[in-house]
Design a protein around this ligand. Structure first.
Ligand code: NAD
Length: 260
């Protein structure tokens, strides 16, 4: 379905981003991967995906907290792969703490990487999408883009911001072939969440499995994690013709979290 298209997926060396990149690659899209990690491991991932899926795969080390590097990543994708048709803004970080103890530099980093990076990447990629009258912008927000939890002031503010930004971009592109939507996942067992499971287990002196169930039971009625593969499937759907008039939407994939 996506043969001839080029997808840039930020934060795709791990977790949800990698799941989304794999799903788009399986549909034939060429990929630009981005994110941190061991250089050798990333090269193995890059060449492995290219071989397994018969697609071109590039990699950018751009730091999503740096606007110039974000613009450079879009330039690199255009130069190496010819164009950018699909942009998935996924890179994100977390820090939990009550607001009085929340380090100001963590606030800046979370707003920078989880929210501002989305603005900078869209700003850089949108003109060429508009010029071809086709594009898909998919922002990975969160259930925390719709509702709040304690101790996540920066994350919740950033993710609500992503949902708002998504609506504005959707309106500004409404008469074009470019769509912009947000996906709002619930708990997905990635390194970002495993850290919260570990903190819970240490705090309550319980096992990893007990901490996972406690985390799920608090928020997610299905008591089951969402998977990166399921989110990949949602992204593929948003890239399909069936989704051409889905604009400015937030798609909850959260095991019922925000229905409560
Ligand atoms: P993860 O930690 O597994 O992956 C994060 C990715 O972002 C990695 O590839 C990492 O290298 C990259 N990254 C981090 N900082 C970066 C920076 N400055 N520049 C470039 N890349 C950077 O996390 P994940 O759980 O897969 O999260 C991905 C997205 O999904 C995030 O935006 C997160 O907020 C969102 N999300 C996660 C969950 C969940 O339960 N895991 C739920 C809802 C939303």
């Amino acid at each position: 379905m996506l043969k001839g298209k080029v997808a840039v997926v930020t934060g795709s060396t791990s977790g949800i981003g990698l799941g989304v990149a794999r799903a788009l690659g399986r549909q034939g899209a060429d990929l630009l991967l981005n994110g941190f990690g061991d250089a050798g491991e990333i090269e193995k991932l890059r060449s492995g995906l290219a071989k397994e899926m018969g697609i071109r795969v590039a990699y950018s080390r751009a730091d999503m907290s740096k606007p110039a590097e974000i613009a450079g990543m879009i330039e690199q994708a255009t130069k190496e792969l010819g164009r950018v048709d699909i942009l998935v803004n996924n890179a994100g970080i977390q820090h939990t703490s009550p607001i009085e103890a929340f380090p100001a530099e963590k606030w800046d980093a979370i707003i920078g990487i989880n929210l501002s990076a989305t603005f900078h990447a869209i700003r850089a990629a949108l003109p060429q999408m508009k010029s071809r009258n086709w594009g898909r912008i998919i922002n990975i927000a969160s259930a925390h883009g719709l509702v709040a939890s304690v101790n996540k002031v920066a994350y919740v503010a950033a993710k609500h911001g992503v949902v708002g930004l998504t609506k504005v971009v959707a309106l500004e592109t409404a008469t074009t072939g470019v769509t912009c939507n947000a996906i709002c996942p619930g708990w997905v067992l990635t390194p970002l969440v495993q850290k919260q499971v570990d903190d819970w287990a240490a705090r309550d002196n319980i096992s990893n499995e007990q901490a996972k169930l406690a985390l799920l039971s608090e928020k997610q009625p299905s008591k089951d994690f969402v998977t990166p593969e399921q989110l990949g499937g949602t992204a593929v759907f948003l890239c399909s013709d069936a989704a051409a008039q889905i604009r400015g939407a937030w798609l909850s994939v959260d095991g019922g979290w925000t229905s409560q």
